[in-house]
Design a protein around this ligand. Structure first.
Ligand SMILES: Nc1nc2c(ncn2[C@@H]2O[C@H](COP(=O)(O)OP(=O)(O)OP(=O)(O)O)[C@@H](O)[C@H]2O)c(=O)[nH]1
Ligand SMILES: [Zn+2]
Length: 463
């Protein structure tokens, strides 16, 4: 089983003790807010097909970390951390070595893929439309992406929120919108009949569905893991269950997800001086984990010092707001204002750290966020739109942010946020939040409702 040794400062105090073998089989995320008013759809919809561009291409061995604006930075403890991947300039990768240094007797059975590798392959399989063979559970074919056009199954696995829309969820399930629900159709499902069940964007075009009946799930951990894998893969959380003609399956087990989600696998890959428009005195630090293609970055503004807590902003990726200047959210102005606040801080002798977390759409991915936007155009608010898709309205992994700070040698911070959930999550991961610095920007006609929903339903401290 691949597992990186704890690194540097993380070693002693185990800030991520909630993770690892003894943790619950599938990490479940807190569900924020309560059920809100039902809003009736009013606009027509059509199927939106979007192809996600690849994440940044992996880079080869790079140059050694450069001195920062002519002056070497204090060495952060994370710099010494062993890397999981080779980078000549940054030290040799370390991996656990089997006895005999990798030499196996010919009769020994070949070891199977590690849990983290199976999760990576399962996510890949979902994106390709290949089925999952859940160890000890059913075969599950992702409805949105499936390529096996002749697949058929009597049952589908969907989320409670979706089942509620189809008038199938009971009260317990309705209280947990992304809980799994198993439905049985009067006729077997094929991909043509399953897609309108999976995708709320098709409700206006295909209003008549069913009849269906909900059944008890004999494999709840597998069902939960499947919905979580769909979220991570950024696809609709809906599967044909034990279909015929599904194609070659990818094996995976619910417990594999714990290994995959282990934030201690994250390490610093490289760092470089990066003058930005807010401050010429900045350095970018890139983080990678072997198990995840998403590369997070930190921008350190000003000179890192151990005697002053930096101003820190956890910024979650928002392609629409950060790059395209979307007015539907407050991300772009918040990013800009955070960088300028850190630059001011640096001019006064302090410093700042912006963490750019690759957790688009609060962790549901770009395509599902855009699906949520379509539902918002039908009248649903940001929370209900996510739930209607069968996805959590908050699915971000904040222990990853704590791990990044840890690797940078940052223990105590002044956090720029209006979201008490971020403060709590960092504190739970061992980071001291000495101060919450409000980070409210003026609204506009397009994001006023979004901000009001954050305040009224998600507990954000906004006026
Ligand atoms: N699912 C979904 N995600 C959204 C929507 N609008 C913005 N986002 C995502 O929300 C994230 C922005 O959240 P942040 O600004 O980092 O954090 P926050 O929880 O609002 O708290 P603050 O720190 O107070 O800003 C980004 O990943 C955006 O892509 C939406 O309507 N639906
Ligand atoms: Zn945004």
């Amino acid at each position: 089983m691949r597992r990186l040794r704890s690194q540097g400062p993380a070693q002693g105090r185990q800030p991520h003790a909630d993770r690892g073998r003894d943790a619950r089989p599938v990490p479940r995320r807190p569900w924020l807010g309560g059920p809100g008013a039902r809003v009736h759809p009013r606009a027509g919809t059509e199927l939106l097909v979007v192809v996600l561009s690849q994440f940044l291409a992996p880079e080869g061995p790079g140059p050694a970390a450069r001195p920062h604006v002519g002056q070497p930075r204090p060495r952060a403890p994370g710099d010494r951390a062993p890397l999981r991947r080779g980078n000549a300039a940054l030290g040799k990768p370390e991996r656990p070595r089997p006895a005999g240094d990798g030499v196996r007797a010919l009769s020994a059975p070949a070891p199977g893929p590690s849990p983290a590798r199976r999760v990576a392959q399962a996510i890949d399989a979902l994106r390709h439309g290949w089925p999952l063979a859940m160890e000890g559970g059913p075969l599950l074919l992702p409805v949105e992406t499936a390529i096996a056009r002749r697949a058929q199954a009597p049952r589908m696995l969907i989320s409670a929120a979706r089942a509620e829309t189809l008038k199938l969820a009971n009260q317990r399930e309705a209280a947990e919108p992304h809980a799994p629900v198993l439905i049985h159709g009067a006729e077997p499902f094929d991909l043509g009949s399953a897609l309108p069940v999976a995708d709320p964007a098709l409700d206006l075009r295909s209003p008549l569905k069913g009849p269906f009946r909900a059944e008890d799930i004999a494999w709840p951990d597998h069902a939960l893991a499947a919905l979580e894998l769909a979220r991570i893969a950024g696809i609709l959380p809906a599967f044909l269950v034990d279909p015929v003609n599904a194609g070659e399956p990818q094996p995976v087990a619910p417990a594999d997800l714990v290994e995959w989600a282990d934030s201690t696998a994250l390490a610093i890959s490289t760092r470089a001086r990066l003058p930005v428009s807010a401050s010429e005195d900045a350095e970018i630090v890139a983080f990678r984990s072997a198990d995840d293609t998403r590369e997070h970055v930190a921008l350190v503004i000003g000179e890192q010092r151990s005697d002053a807590a930096p101003l820190v902003r956890l910024h979650s990726e928002c392609l629409t707001g950060d790059i395209l200047g979307s007015l539907k959210c407050d991300c772009g102005p918040q990013l800009d204002a955070a960088l300028h606040a850190m630059a001011d801080e640096a001019r006064r002798g302090g410093w700042g750290v912006l963490l750019y977390l690759r957790q688009e759409g609060r962790g549901i991915g770009l395509v599902n966020k855009l699906r949520a936007y379509r539902l918002q155009d039908q009248g649903f608010d940001t929370v209900d739109a996510n739930r209607r898709l069968g996805l959590p309205d908050e699915a971000r992994d904040f222990p990853v942010a704590a791990r990044m700070l840890d690797l940078l040698g940052v223990r105590e911070i002044r956090l720029m946020t209006n979201n008490p959930g971020k403060v709590d999550a960092l504190a739970a991961s061992g980071i001291t939040v000495a101060e919450r610095v409000p980070h409210q920007l003026p609204d506009n006609p397009h994001n006023a409702r979004y901000l009001a929903t954050k305040r009224d339903r998600s507990g954000h401290l906004l006026t």
